[in-house]
Design a protein around this ligand. Structure first.
Ligand code: F6R
Length: 605
């Protein structure tokens, strides 16, 4: 989704902005722009529809300055176009602004304050910068006072970075609900919607809270609330590793990230267990789970699917019921909660606005919370009571793969640690370190079968417009994730279905040639029932591909997966489905890493 980067006090401002925007590309965007200045009224604005490479071509090394702001736009108000790309300018052109988020009362602002103003495009951002400009020009306020006044009027979610072309020594920034961070450089300072945008320059950051305004100068950062009271805040160091961000020799990040999964499993073992196999999970988190009478997992998309895949394991080992919540639904309405709830936010990015709105409510209600995330220092990590990190390394491809498997594995460590602390016999018998090593080996074995998957996919999904994944129990949860992965990048319409539920309506969609991919993990009874469902769809003409754990495999099964512990079978079973999505997309000539309309970090509700 939209990204912001800004810098003040560095003569390489243009490069810093362009490189920062490149680092934000993975979030998804449709146009980009930068404003760079070398002194009062010497600034230039360059925008391009399309990719950062198009913007770079337009800049072509001819833009020098010590300060600037840049933006990648993911369209909300107004179609993707150069006119709608940020930065936007005030009526006179004096102020320049970039914005992430959605301004809810933009129509009202326009009608009340900006009747005679002229707008270039259709964005809500243009309204915001015109409003600040209006207060500077019509009421002769300083830029700071005008910005403060506008912030007290604007409603909605936003991260703003504002520059005054007459005084480019200062960046004015503010946020509400949308992420924004200050980066502290050596003799210069930065601002970014994601630490990734600044990580080449610094690893020291200062967070900004909602409804705070920050004045960023080359040697000073002043944080204040909207009433103008200054706020003191310490900086922190983010543990991001720039070397992880490259694609290496891989054609796509998604393939690299799929291949990294055995390493991620081993990294989790070395992080959350000691050399003797003893759990090394923060005792405060273990205690928080022990004190809860029910665990609520709140998440979106793939993370929501990972929550389902972990539910049974968590319930059996912690002996607490686990309830799943779609974050965008719970933001509006919470169900009746138990007496002592613990909210667990599963979120790869730690920035998902839907999840965050539930966390804000949970904090207001005094409910303890745990964020399980891949991004240290992310908003949901900072604002939750506890954080459990995934240690999967940056995930750049829009389609999440290694974060899904890392979420299940990280929750396994938590579940076992709690179970052991409670004296739960199943937890004590579950040799997680050994079992997860077997999972890493199973993943490696599946990854060595890429050619097989490639050829099966070519045959099964080459021209189809729709497909089904079916499974029962744990396999149903994998089917949900597998179908999401396939549809989001290959655009094949795909449903993940509980195999036994097909006959209650959906089987009417099965006709000659419809692809059905059946998942059968090594539970004999369940697998036998799924085999029955396979026969039903085959009888109606479906083309079936089977992905089967070896304990229940038949000779004519298509893809056989090395068997792992039932608590971890979703990790092993999902790997071929990730490859299926990858190859189906590749065969269609589509961009695997950047599917249309999607963003990596979904920072609007
Ligand atoms: C799909 C995908 C999304 C995310 C969802 C939540 O491949 O990545 O469905 O899982 O947008 O994002 P996080 O986990 O960052 O909260």
């Amino acid at each position: 989704m939209c990204g912001i980067v800004g810098v003040v006090g560095n003569p390489n401002a243009t490069d810093i902005l362009l490189q920062g925007l490149e680092k934000l590309e993975y979030r998804g965007y449709d146009s980009a722009g930068i404003y760079v200045s070398n002194g009062a009224e010497s600034g230039r604005l360059v925008k391009a529809n399309g990719r950062i490479a198009d913007l770079e071509a337009k800049v072509s090394g001819q833009l020098a300055g010590f300060a600037g702001i840049g933006h990648t736009r993911w369209a909300t108000h107004g179609k993707p176009s150069e006119l709608n790309a940020h930065p936007h300018q005030s009526e006179s052109g004096r102020l320049v602004m970039v914005h992430n988020g959605v301004i809810e009362n933009y129509a009202e602002i326009r009608a009340t304050y900006l009747e005679n103003h002229h707008f270039q495009g259709q964005t809500d951002t243009e309204i915001a910068v015109h409003l600040v400009g209006h207060f500077v020009e019509a009421e002769s306020l300083s830029v700071l006072e005008a910005f403060k006044k506008a912030l007290n009027i604007i409603e909605g979610s936003y991260a703003f970075a504002l520059m005054d072309t007459e005084n480019p020594e200062v960046l004015y920034v503010a946020k509400n609900k949308s992420p924004l961070l200050i980066g502290l450089g050596d003799g210069y300072n930065l601002v970014g919607s994601d630490a990734m945008a600044m990580i080449r320059e610094t690893s020291d950051f200062k967070e900004i809270h909602d409804k705070e305004l920050v004045i960023v100068e080359k040697d000073q950062v002043t944080i204040m609330d909207y009433a103008g009271n200054t706020v003191e805040r310490d900086s922190y160091t983010a543990e991001l590793d720039l070397s992880d961000i490259g694609k290496g020799t891989y054609p796509y990040y998604m393939l690299k990230e799929i291949d990294e999964q055995p390493t991620v499993m081993r990294k989790l073992i070395s992080t959350y267990a000691d050399a003797d196999g003893q759990m090394q999970v923060d005792p405060a988190i273990v205690q928080a789970v022990q004190e809860a009478d029910r665990l609520y997992i709140i998440a979106a998309g793939t993370s929501y699917n990972a929550g389902f895949a972990s539910k049974k394991m968590l319930e059996e080992l912690t002996e607490r019921p686990v309830e799943l919540g779609i974050a965008s639904e719970w933001g509006y309405e919470m169900p009746l909660l138990s007496q002592k709830p613990l909210f667990i936010f599963l979120t790869q990015s730690g920035e998902t606005a839907d999840s965050r709105q539930v966390l804000v409510k949970a904090n207001e209600m005094g409910i303890p919370s745990l964020t399980v995330t891949n991004v240290p220092g992310s908003t949901l990590s900072r604002e939750a009571t506890y954080t459990l990190l995934l240690h999967a390394g940056p995930e750049i491809a829009v389609a999440s793969t290694k974060a899904y498997t890392a979420q299940i594995a990280a929750l396994a460590f938590l579940a076992k640690a709690v179970g052991e602390a409670n004296g739960n016999a199943k937890a004590e018998a579950f040799d997680l370190v050994h079992e997860l090593s077997l999972v890493a080996q199973s993943i490696e074995a599946s990854l060595s079968e890429k050619d097989l998957v490639d050829s099966k996919v070519r045959k099964l999904l080459g021209t189809t417009r729709n497909a089904f994944y079916i499974g029962r129990g744990q396999d149903y949860y994998v089917a949900m994730e597998a179908s999401l992965k396939l549809k989001e990048i290959s655009y094949i319409q795909c449903e993940g279905f509980a195999a036994g539920e097909l006959k209650h309506g959906t089987i009417s969609l099965i006709e000659d040639g419809v692809p059905v991919i059946a998942l059968l993990s090594a539970n004999e009874k369940v697998a036998a029932h799924t085999r029955g469902n396979i026969a039903e769809v085959q009888a109606r003409g479906a083309h079936v591909l089977t992905i089967v754990e070896e304990g229940v495999a038949h000779e004519d099964d298509d893809i056989v997966v090395n068997q792992v512990h039932p608590y971890l079978s979703s990790i092993a079973m999902v790997i071929p489905t990730q490859l299926i999505a990858y190859f189906a997309t590749l065969h269609r000539g589509l961009d695997v890493d950047k599917p249309r309309n999607l963003a990596k970090s979904v920072t609007v509700e």
